[in-house]
Write a protein that binds this ligand. Sequence first.
Ligand code: SF4
Length: 507
Amino acid sequence: MNLLLHSCCAPCTVACAESLRAEGAGFRLFWYNPNIHPYTEYRNRRDTLVRFAAGENLDLDLADEYGLRLFLRGVTESGCAMETSVTAESASPGAETEKDAAPRRRCLFCYRLRLEKTAARAAELGCGAFSTTLLISPYQDHEAVRETGEETARRYAIPFFYRDFRPLFRDGQAKAGERGLYMQKYCGCVFSEEERYLQKSKARRSAAGAPPFRKTAGTPPPRSIAVPESRPGAAVPGSPPAAAGNKPVTVNPLFQRLSLLTGAEVLEKLAAARVMIFGLGGVGSWCAEALVRSGVGKIDIVDSDAVCVTNVNRQVQATGRTVGLSKAAALKERLLEINPDCEVTARDTVFSRENAAGFNIEGAAYVIDAIDSLTHKLDLIETARAAGVTLFSSMGMAQKMDPTRLKTADIWETQGCPLARLVRQGLRKRGFTGGFTVVYSAEQVPLHREIEVSCGSGRCLCPGKGVEWCGGRKVINGSAVTVTAGAGMILASLVLRDAAEKARAEA
Ligand code: SF4
């Protein structure tokens, strides 16, 4: 069979492609999804499919048309745009009104738009049939997809290949998570994005006994939030006056100033979160400091080095007093001075693929990668993403002076950072296709080679490491705390903003 398989996204394609391959069916993928908005979301899903197809040696035909206007015009002209506005009231369970027919009409338009294009392209390419990965999703109106496919087949005189892929859905999603593929939080259109926030889908699904909408690979399963006992504190200054019968909100005074920006729910989320930070140098140490000062309740800090006098310029735990101490132990002491109630686990070791099982990464809400060593960095990225944990990673921060040039991006979109290039190459070699956010900078300041450095010279100052340790380092790079701490703060900020978004979505 020469099948053109419309792909709605990479995660849904995994099991469909595997099943067709197992049957020996010849097929190529087709991307046409003008229903996905906004553009950054569209690009994420498209690029994930491109990487997945390349990794699987699958042919992929891209109709790369971002269709916000086309889609909105279509739903407006077909009369379902206005009706699809969901209000908080209509989102309550049991609020089944005439409005509830609207999403189905909108979705019918959406199925037709995509399947007609697929059928036309299949005819152009001389394919024997067409189909769609929408047939795997229990969240789509399966019968409507089938009927739309069959009706389109009649009009375009090309067979629609129907298969109920739904029994493969869970397995396919799990495999997509293991591969670290980007997994969306909503169906695609702006309306479904709205519904995600207004919980309409959740209410409907729970009323129908169906599972809640799937989460991203990086989103831990919903957990009950353990609210730490508040220290004695006044009502949050500046809060709106408490409604009659409602108690004023009190928060730990350590975090009151942050709560004025985030609200108490975000602090509750952070207090319940476990964050793991790997690499406690100029980036990771500042990230830990910022997270503990922001109310993270449990933090694991991992590094095998001892504090060296040459670390003092950039690492928060490195002072005259701590030289020679374990970096993890010295940092733990400092973090507990900031918040004695924080559960800090210090590990004086390196992370590697071999000892990964001992870290319980799957129990973390966030993993921060601030590791220098490329191999261990790649091991951590693979492990964290396979565990479905949200990962934020630092690229190279040496040879840079200007913190205003720091940026965040998906790893595959980074440019000009030598370490990011090596990470991309290493991940590609390992067959890793998933995305994750990194902080990086393209700045490259040349070394002042006339400066004599003790490291690597046989007069190593690193306590307890000896000449062999330093002697193995060919180039000692320059570093500035303004840049490394800036990167650490950005990583901490990614955690705070992600927690805030999740708290909003769950509210
Ligand atoms: S909810 Fe999904 S299927 Fe329905 S219109 Fe939006 S993107 Fe299309």
